[in-house]
Design a protein around this ligand. Structure first.
Ligand code: OAD
Length: 255
C-alpha cells in the first residue's frame, strides 16, 4: 500500500536538527510485517486471546504448556516475518542524524534485523528465554517451532542447569520491567530533543509515560499512528498514517 505523505516543513527542520533522537516503538511498527498487534479490534491478540490465561506468571505456573506453546507460536510468526519499510527507515535514520536510539515495547527482533544498532527492549524478547527457577539463559534450537496455531500446547523445555521449566523471555502483566533497560529508556527520553512515537497505543505503563517524560524535558514529540491515541495531546505533530508509509517518507525528506 502506498500513501502519499507530505512532511510539514517545520517538522522536517526539527527532525533534521535533532542531536538526540529517541524512537519509541510499539506493535504497530511490526503490523505491516504481518505480526499481530495487541489491541486492534478483531486482529489484535488481546481480542482473540485472554492475557490472564497467557501473559502472567500465574498462568505459566497453572498451565506451562499452554503458555510456552503460545509464545512459540508467536516466535514462529516472527521467524517467518521480514522487517518492513518502517523498520528499515527507522534503522536508516542513524545514518542521517548524530544519535538515534530505539526504545521498543516489541518482543520481536525486527528492528535489529533491519539494521538498527542501539535497541532497548522494554518488554523483553521472544529469543531471550530463561529458566523460571534459576534464571539461566536458554538457547532455542535453530529452526522454526512446529506450533501452527495459538492455543496449541507445547511443554516447556527443562533447564540444563537445574531442571526447572524454561519460560519465555518477555515481561508479563504484574512483572517489573528489566531495570537497566528501563533506566536507560528514561534517560534517553529525558535527554532527547526529538522523541518519535511509532505504532503504540500508549496504554501500557510505565512504557507509556516515556513520551510525557520527554515532552516535559523539552523534546519535540512526534507521533506516527493511523489512529488517535492518548499520546496525541503531548505530541507536537500527529502523523496519521501507517508507519510503513510515513517513516520512509520522513527519511526521504531528510535527504
Ligand atoms: P497495541 O496493540 O496496544 O497498539 C498498537 C498500535 O499500533 C495502535 O495504536 C494502532 O493504531 C497502531 N498501528 C496499527 N497498525 C499500524 C501501522 N501500520 N503503523 C503504525 N501504527 C499502527 O500495541 P502496543 O502499544 O505495542 O506488552 O502495546 C503495548 C504493550 O501491550 C505490548 O508491548 C504488550 C501488550 O500487552 C507486553 O507484552 C508486556
Amino acid at each position: 500500500m502506498s500513501i502519499a505523505f507530505t512532511t510539514p516543513a517545520e517538522l522536517l527542520d526539527v527532525l533534521a536538527g535533532a542531536r538526540r533522537l529517541c524512537v519509541f516503538s510499539g506493535a504497530g511498527v511490526s503490523a505491516e510485517s504481518g505480526i499481530a498487534t495487541f489491541r486492534q479490534p478483531d486482529t489484535g491478540l488481546w481480542s482473540r486471546f485472554d492475557p490472564l490465561m497467557l501473559a502472567t506468571l500465574e498462568a505459566f505456573q497453572r498451565d506451562p504448556a499452554l503458555v510456552w506453546g503460545w509464545y512459540e507460536w508467536r516466535r514462529a510468526a516472527v521467524l517467518r516475518a521480514q522487517p518492513n519499510p518502517a523498520h528499515h527507515a527507522i534503522a536508516g535514520l542513524a545514518a542521517r542524524l548524530p544519535q538515534v536510539c530505539v526504545v521498543t515495547q516489541n518482543v520481536d527482533d525486527l528492528h535489529e534485523r533491519a539494521g538498527a544498532r542501539d535497541v532497548v527492549h522494554l518488554h523483553g524478547s521472544l529469543e531471550a528465554a530463561r529458566c523460571s527457577r534459576c534464571a539461566a539463559p536458554y538457547a532455542h534450537p535453530a529452526g522454526i517451532p512446529a506450533v501452527t496455531q495459538g492455543g496449541e500446547r507445547m511443554p516447556p523445555p527443562a533447564c540444563a542447569a537445574c531442571g526447572g521449566p524454561v519460560r519465555p523471555g518477555v515481561v508479563w502483566f504484574g512483572e517489573s520491567l528489566p531495570m537497566q533497560a528501563w533506566a536507560r529508556a528514561e534517560a534517553l527520553a529525558r535527554e532527547a530533543d526529538v522523541f518519535l512515537c511509532v505504532g503504540t497505543s500508549g496504554l501500557v505503563y510505565p512504557a507509556a509515560s516515556l513520551p510525557q517524560q520527554a515532552a516535559r524535558a523539552g523534546a519535540a514529540v512526534i507521533q506516527v499512528n493511523p489512529d488517535a491515541t492518548p499520546l496525541d495531546g503531548c505530541a507536537r505533530w500527529n502523523l496519521r498514517g501507517p508507519a510503513g508509509a510515513v517513516m520512509p517518507a520522513l527519511l526521504a525528506a531528510l535527504g
